[in-house]
Design a protein around this ligand. Structure first.
Ligand code: PMP
Length: 299
């Protein structure tokens, strides 16, 4: 695996960090993951500006400062992809205090930023399901309340509860989990948003307790263009498990149909609305869609 990455203004062969650095102890590292694709007009990054803006927002929420502007980080991301020579894959952007800090609040909040591009297969997901997902909804663990961990910060510490809950579900034969929020309403998967189709309408939880997934936003806009009505509203467990269709959206999953929630099997996976939206999304990231000129940034 080629480990050449962009770090703080230059392409380096390996981005090292001390095992004693602040994020190792406190989970204070913020990150974002985006994708690049081989399109007819060359290699292009999907919704680059939105991902960089989200990384900078995560920095702001956690209290890290960036020496790099949004435009500079967009250019750096394109350089990081270009340095690998890859034509399709994922990009991970990370911002963190690189120094050893004994105090909970680092004295110097200046972030070191690393941007690494890699082929999807370089980080094979051991637990990636092949077909429609069998999803558990844990009863004993919930998504952190927004006033405990801000859901709009993609910060390492936020993934601890979901990690524990997901491990238990994998041990019980499930592929993935969807967490309920602090009020018992449907929230999201550990690293993906959840969408349902109920009576032909796309229904997905509102922002509040969840991350504003960029794939989620894309699907809502594409649904609108396809004449599919969508609503963002609180969704109960009962509505979730009796939905006509359901799927996860994420940079990693793209659009992933859900077969079942707990012991409740959905009638179709993928159902017609999922199939239609997934086909449109697939064309988009291949650059073969009117929206591509706006959302696909060539190298
Ligand atoms: N929710 C959480 C908590 C996530 O970590 C992710 C992955 N970034 C998502 C949702 C999906 O977001 P996106 O579509 O931007 O990848």
């Amino acid at each position: 695996m080629d480990r050449r990455v962009w770090r703080d203004g230059e392409i380096v062969s390996e981005a090292m960090v001390s095992a004693l650095a602040h994020p190792m102890q406190r989970g204070s590292l913020v990150f974002d993951v985006l994708s690049f694709h081989d399109t007819a007009r060359g290699v292009a990054v999907f919704r680059l500006r939105e991902h960089v803006a989200r990384l900078l927002r995560s920095c702001g929420i956690v209290g890290l400062t960036s020496r790099w502007s949004e435009a500079e980080l967009c250019a750096a991301t394109l350089a990081a992809v270009g340095a690998t020579g890859l034509r399709d894959g994922l990009i991970r952007m990370q911002a963190f205090v690189p120094t050893v800090e004994a105090d909970l609040v680092p004295r110097d909040p200046a972030a070191s930023i690393v941007i690494a591009a890699y082929a999807r297969d370089d980080h094979p997901k051991k637990h990636q399901a092949k077909g429609p997902l069998r999803v558990a909804v844990p009863k004993d663990m919930r998504k952190a309340a927004p006033n405990a961990i801000p859901p709009l910060a993609k910060v390492a510490a936020a993934y601890l509860g979901p990690m524990i809950a997901r491990r238990r579900a994998l041990e019980n034969g499930f592929d993935e989990i969807v967490l309920l929020d602090h009020e018992g309403k449907v929230a999201e998967a550990p690293t993906a948003n959840v969408m349902t189709v109920i009576g032909g309408t796309l229904v997905t939880p509102p922002l509040g307790a969840i991350l504003d997934g960029i794939t989620r936003d894309t699907l809502l806009k594409l649904a609108d263009e396809e004449g599919i009505i969508s609503v963002e509203r609180a969704l109960s467990y009962e509505e979730l498990v009796s939905a006509d269709e359901a799927f996860l959206t994420a940079t990693s999953y793209l659009v992933a149909p859900i077969a079942s929630f707990d012991e409740h099997v959905l009638s179709a996976a993928p159902g017609p609305v999922t199939t239609k939206l997934r086909a449109r999304f697939t064309r988009l990231i291949a650059g073969d869609d009117p929206r591509a000129s706006e959302w696909m940034t060539p190298l």
